[in-house]
Design a protein around this ligand. Structure first.
Ligand code: OAD
Length: 264
């Protein structure tokens, strides 16, 4: 089948790059953005635009507390799809994970460790795939004056208790450490993502609707330099036409199976 073909290509490839979106975290209970239960059905994207943050940091933070509750309610943990990617990294079959997600779950899955391929003992952290968080991390905040990063939880609690907008010891206003609408992705990050896409022999787009930039263009860039492009997503995407392999399965089914097939 298709996954077998993809596994063959992964096995033969020098450089395999995974690119992930909200769909990989949906089985962990983190809602996606688009679709019926999507976050953008309940909130207006414009509430979280960079311009709003600058004009009205108090209102922005008030809404952001709500968004944070909706997205990251209670405990959420890496699922078998995150773990399969982390394991492929340790197996030596995955170079990098580029993610649009801000939930930090790829990093957690890598840190958890877990099982290793017997043939290739875990040589610890140097074999972990690089995780590049293109849209930042929602579990952190950053001071807009001094640039210090802090764990987000206590700051979100302060904001929820009416400390609006929450400020740093230096007096600067904290901002969630994420890329907001209307804000540019850091140039170095986008360069790195593009060069990984170009270098890749296999590019896997996983759990993303592939409608916003750079999501829409990275798979095309990979394809244009000869990579095998696999799209693993429940729904069709505008980029399916250039993909070599499309899987419409739940990623908690397809990714653990892909890893097993690569090891066979
Ligand atoms: P979307 O919500 O746009 O798309 C998630 C995709 O995952 C959908 O196409 C679903 O079909 C698919 N999906 C859901 N559950 C799945 C599962 N278990 N297995 C396989 N596929 C599944 O999320 P993104 O593409 O990540 O930006 O959205 C991209 C960006 O748009 C986000 O990073 C965010 C948003 O606005 C910012 O916040 C800057």
């Amino acid at each position: 089948g298709d996954l077998e073909r993809l596994a063959d290509d992964v096995r033969r490839a020098d450089t395999v790059v995974a690119f992930t979106g909200a769909g990989i975290s949906a089985p962990s209970g983190v809602p996606t953005f688009r679709g019926d239960d999507g976050v953008w059905e309940r909130f207006d994207e414009r509430q979280f635009a960079y311009g709003r943050f600058q004009r009205d940091p108090e209102g922005f933070w008030e809404d952001r507390v709500e968004l944070q509750r909706t997205m990251f309610d209670g405990d959420f943990e890496p699922n078998t799809a995150h773990e399969a990617l982390a394991a492929m990294g340790r197996d030596g079959d995955l170079e990098a994970i580029l993610t649009q997600n801000t939930d930090g779950l790829h990093g957690e899955a890598a840190a958890v460790g877990g099982e290793t391929n017997d043939a290739e003992p875990n040589t610890a952290r140097d074999t972990d795939p690089t995780v590049l968080e293109l849209h930042g991390n929602s579990q952190r905040v950053r001071c807009t004056d001094c640039g210090n990063r802090r764990d987000g939880d206590p700051i979100f609690e302060r904001a929820a208790d009416g400390d609006l907008p929450p400020t740093c010891d230096c007096g600067g206003v904290f901002k969630p450490d994420v890329v907001l609408f209307g804000e540019q992705l850091p140039g170095a990050v986008i360069q790195r993502a593009r060069s990984l896409a170009r270098e890749s022999d296999v590019f896997l787009a996983i759990g993303s609707s592939l409608v916003v930039e750079p999501a829409a263009s990275l798979p095309r860039l990979a394809a244009s330099t000869g990579a095998t492009v696999g799209i693993l997503n429940l729904e069709s995407t505008p980029v399916d036409g250039i993909a070599d392999i499309v899987s419409r399965e739940d990623v908690t089914d397809s990714l653990p199976r892909l890893r097993d097939l690569v090891l066979e």
